[in-house]
Design a protein around this ligand. Structure first.
Ligand SMILES: Cc1ncc(COP(=O)(O)O)c(C=O)c1O
Length: 475
């Protein structure tokens, strides 16, 4: 008897995989991107290390061969397969580059792993805060010039919205200072497939350590990640493969998944042989989408950004975030995220015309449901709140002491939190960037921003109970 109804998660996942148009991670389109011979047999690849396969934790044999092929394709000096995600790759990269208690330059807009890695390694963050009119590149360069003693500098490129950071000048300066450049290229594993059509990859620009989430844009299983050492960093001894291997053992399970590793091997092969054609096809589908876009919806594509990332500004429609979400849901199209003004979609590289047609139709519905042409209003409060993500509030207690120490904590209403020290990260999702790190002082402007996010139905991690809106602070 089929008892699937007694397995709530299994039942829901089966339903979600059917009759929906996926424009979100993973890039394997519910497994459809894998050829039948692989998809139908993936489960038989679940094994422990065997004499004939080699060991993922101590790469030898066929495992080593597959990793070397990936290094060669992506343009790295050394590559490791990480089967517990870029989260693990970034922790490993940080521990490889930064001795315990050293200094790290980073912008505020980083994945939460940076917060955990900084705390675990007791690093002192040197914030590359973005000043008005500045790009992130300028902020990073300015901060590195002022702090050439920093052990490492962290860059996210591309971001969720496809925006990339030009690394050329940063790499030159970092080489002179001996600073290690770590790049979170979680969203850019596909760049190597068509260097003339897509932005240059971090490895091509000379970065020292690069982490890629294969599962975000490639036909790979979640959470498959490549962790690379750049050619120059390996050759000069700036980064040692042995040290990276030791650190990976700290953060990755001692039973890494061969199924996920197999998809890392497959994704590299597929990208090498079919990636360029897939990128061309997808660009053509996106061009058709662009041509049919209703005037109320504007595609945001900054110079140098990933042309395969779809970021739409819906603010002219006058619709709220829940309204837009409801229209997408009714059209059975699943976007990656909808924030207060933007819809971000991650098309898989082998997205079909049927899928982009479904998306085009939903975008038309969003535009036609709009109450009327809404003049673009620049809300100064929203702009100021957005800028808060690029600035650090004052810090009172090191993040590591708050996260791992035995300090007394208490939950208080959000409206009483002004001036108190946050005991937990406060992270609106989307965009998933911490507005306040543990140990930082909660300020009145950040409380206002949190209230607006909650009012717009945005989940704010760290706000305990959305009704009473309590936050946890140090006593
Ligand atoms: C920019 C960025 N970095 C790192 C990560 C973590 O990657 P993973 O899910 O592979 O652990 C994510 C995940 O969403 C991300 O968006």
């Amino acid at each position: 008897m089929n008892s699937i109804s007694q397995m709530p998660l299994v039942e829901t996942l089966f339903a979600a995989a059917q009759e929906r148009f996926s424009f979100h991670m993973p890039g394997n389109r519910h497994g459809q991107s894998f050829p039948g011979w692989l998809r139908d047999n993936l489960w038989s690849l679940d094994t422990t290390e065997l004499a004939q396969t080699g060991d993922i934790q101590n790469p030898t044999g066929k495992v080593r061969q597959a990793m070397d092929l990936a290094a060669s394709f992506f343009g790295a000096g050394h590559t490791r397969f990480v089967t517990t995600g870029t989260t693990t790759s970034l922790l490993t990269a940080l521990a490889t580059a930064c001795p315990y208690g050293s200094e790290l330059i980073l912008p505020r807009r980083v994945h939460q792993t940076l917060l955990h890695g900084t705390a675990l390694l007791n690093l002192t963050p040197i914030w590359a805060e973005i000043r008005e009119g500045e790009q992130v590149e300028q902020a990073l360069l300015r901060t590195l010039k002022a702090n050439p003693q920093a052990r490492a500098l962290f860059v996210t490129s591309p971001g969720y919205d496809g925006r990339t950071v030009c690394l050329t000048e940063l790499v030159q300066l970092a080489d002179r200072c001996g600073t290690i450049i770590i790049v979170d290229e979680a969203h850019g594993s596909h760049f190597a497939a068509a260097p003339d059509l897509l932005p240059p990859s971090a490895l091509a620009q000379g970065a020292d350590l690069v982490a890629m989430s294969a599962h975000k844009t490639l036909p790979a299983l979640t959470p498959a990640s490549y962790l690379h050492i750049g050619h120059k960093a390996l050759a000069t001894g700036k980064i040692k493969a042995d040290k990276l291997g030791q650190m990976l053992k700290v953060f990755q399970t001692s039973s890494p998944s061969f199924v996920i590793a197999a998809t890392l091997d497959y994704a590299r092969w597929w990208l090498e042989h079919h990636g360029r054609q897939a990128v061309e096809n997808l660009l053509a589908l996106i061009a058709a989408l662009d041509r049919g876009l209703p005037p109320a919806i504007k595609r945001i594509q900054l110079p140098g950004s990933d042309p395969l990332r779809l970021t739409y500004d819906y603010s002219r429609t006058g619709l709220s975030r829940p309204q837009v979400n409801a229209i997408f849901d009714a059209g059975r199209v699943d976007p990656e995220l909808v924030d207060l003004t933007r819809i971000i979609l991650i098309p898989a590289l082998d997205t079909t015309q049927d899928e982009t047609k479904a998306l085009a139709s939903v975008l038309q519905t969003v535009a036609s449901t709009a109450p009327g042409a809404v003049p673009v209003q620049i809300d100064p409060a929203a702009i100021a709140e957005e800028a808060l993500f690029d600035q650090a509030p004052p810090s009172a207690v090191p993040c590591s002491a708050v996260l791992f120490g035995d300090l007394k904590k208490t939950a208080i209403p959000l409206h009483e939190a002004n001036g108190r020290i946050a005991a937990e990260a406060i992270v609106p999702y989307p965009p998933g960037i911490a507005l306040i790190w543990p140990g930082e002082i909660i300020t009145a402007d950040r409380i206002r921003a949190i209230k607006r996010f909650l009012a717009a139905d945005i989940t704010v991690y760290g706000v305990r109970d959305p009704d009473s809106s309590s936050v946890v602070v140090l006593e």
